[in-house]
Write a protein that binds this ligand. Structure first.
Ligand code: GTP
Ligand code: MG
Length: 450
């Protein structure tokens, strides 16, 4: 997610080798400045960062440690703005969130993602309101999203946005919802009409949070429009969407500082799990290549329940991992979002994540084949992979539409993967993880056992 930035910090830090070496510090700072500007960080932010890091490093004595410390502190300062971090619940439910932004910025998608996160990770009762009645298909789009994530929706194509909000609020209060998220209409540019409509909705909704969804692909414009929105109607947080499409990532670094409002979430893909809270302290860890274990734990804990995880690891250790377990694991992985974003949270895995690209679990050819194969198996065969003799293989090939060779290959890989998993669950497993990841990007799908 922050590949470019992480690389530039690493480079700069690497430049400092000796103590009391002013020249080395200058070199490191120059390098840092150049790469930050190249990554689209606003020049004022860069200037501030560089001069503070220089001052603090000199004060403490030039050296790698002090440089690192100064950089870390300054990054955290710049990333932090007055206000809430992550999602904060109101003291009295329902917490009402108003989603605002320009046309196509990602409001509706983010509404769904946020609802999904609160429901899956925090186990909250969430209600969504469709207050965008400008665009013809807007309500239908939101309806489909809510159906997909199984969240309740208040919608009525015939009613005015204000009326929808009134109804939704009433329902949320009466039926004890924890959170109400209101999706609103976007405009091409900031205009009076939009501001008036939003101001009206804001009054009625008595929103606890007003999120401005900014499209990361618009670069500095995202910062500017967020600032204008904040002046005109007041926002409590920025959500930066389509961050996956912004390879530079510098906008995220400057936005809180420039707008004066915290960056709360980052959208990193089109699917529902692709939303990450932006917690400055953790992000600094990621920027310095140290991973984000807390974030990872949060993301996985809600999805992978402890009992299942224990059962799985017992099975793996005993070498009893079967096809049903595999399917179950795939379903859980899907809920976690992109593989790459998960890998990035693991310390030291940043480089591998970069190489990995994005393995799309749902749409990869490999996974589709495996699923077809498993669905042609009998329940008994799924439980006992060792039963797969040649006549069964022939039948499965026919049923799944795969060739005999494909079936053989997948089964061989599955056997290899189970063996590998067993080995990994023993001592020194983490080291071998890197090996596996490398193999995965070569062949896709199952890693091969050596
Ligand atoms: N890659 C990527 N695409 C995204 C992300 N968020 C939204 N999108 C895509 O951006 C497009 C617009 O998203 P919407 O959620 O419909 O945007 P909107 O602000 O509701 O648009 P209007 O209602 O027309 O104003 C859709 O195709 C989304 O799939 C993201 O984080 N990453
Ligand atoms: Mg929309």
């Amino acid at each position: 997610m922050f590949d470019t930035l992480t690389d530039s910090f690493k480079n700069a830090i690497g430049k400092i080798r000796f103590h009391d070496d002013e020249k080395a510090l200058k070199k490191a700072l120059t390098e840092l400045k150049k790469s930050l500007l190249k990554a689209d960080v606003h020049h004022k932010v860069v200037k501030e960062l560089i001069s503070t890091v220089e001052r603090d490093t000199k004060k403490e004595g030039i050296g790698k440690e002090n440089f690192l410390k100064a950089l870390r502190n300054e990054l955290e300062r710049i990333l932090t703005a007055k206000g809430n971090q992550g999602f904060v619940f109101a003291s009295r439910p329902p917490t009402v969130v108003l989603m605002t932004g320009l046309q196509g910025s990602g409001k509706t998608t983010t509404t769904g993602k946020l609802a999904y996160m609160l429901k899956e990770q925090k186990k909250k009762k969430v209600l969504v309101a469709a207050a965008d009645l400008q665009r013809l298909a807007a309500v239908e789009q939101l309806r489909q999203i809510c159906q997909q994530i199984d969240v309740d929706l208040v919608a009525d194509e015939e009613a005015a946005p204000e009326e929808i909000v009134r109804r939704a609020l009433k329902k949320a209060q009466k039926e004890l919802y924890d959170v109400l998220i209101i999706d609103t209409a976007g405009r091409l540019a900031i205009d009076e009409e939009l501001m008036d409509e939003l101001a009206g909705i804001k009054d009625i909704a008595q929103a606890d949070e007003i999120f401005y969804v900014a499209d990361a692909m618009t670069g500095m414009d995202a910062v500017r429009t967020a600032a204008t929105f904040n002046e005109k109607i007041g926002i409590t947080g920025v959500v930066l969407s389509k961050f996956d499409a912004d390879s530079k990532g510098g906008v995220a670094l400057g936005i809180a500082h420039q707008v004066g409002v915290p960056l709360r979430f980052i959208g990193s893909g089109e699917k529902m799990p692709d939303l990450d809270p932006f917690i400055p302290e953790r992000v600094v860890g990621r920027l310095m290549g140290a991973g984000d274990i807390e974030g990872l734990a949060e993301k996985t804990a809600a999805v992978i329940d402890e009992k299942t995880a224990k059962k799985m690891s017992r099975k793996i250790k005993k070498g009893e991992f079967n096809f049903n377990d595999f399917l179950e694991q795939m379903e859980q992985m899907k809920k976690l979002g992109s593989m790459k974003s998960i890998m990035e949270m693991i310390p030291g895995m940043n480089n591998i994540a970069k190489q990995l690209g994005d393995i799309d679990l749902e749409n990869s050819q490999e996974v589709k084949q495996i699923k077809a194969l498993i669905s042609s198996m009998t329940p008994k065969e799924r439980e006992h992979p060792e039963l797969m003799n040649s006549s069964r293989r022939r039948r499965i090939a026919k049923g799944s539409g795969l060739s005999q060779a494909q079936v053989n290959r997948i089964l061989k890989q599955f056997k290899g993967a189970a063996k590998m998993a067993k080995r990994l669950s023993g001592k020194g497993g983490m080291k071998q993880m890197q090996e596996i990841m490398k193999q995965m990007q070569g062949g896709g799908g199952f890693p091969r056992a050596r």
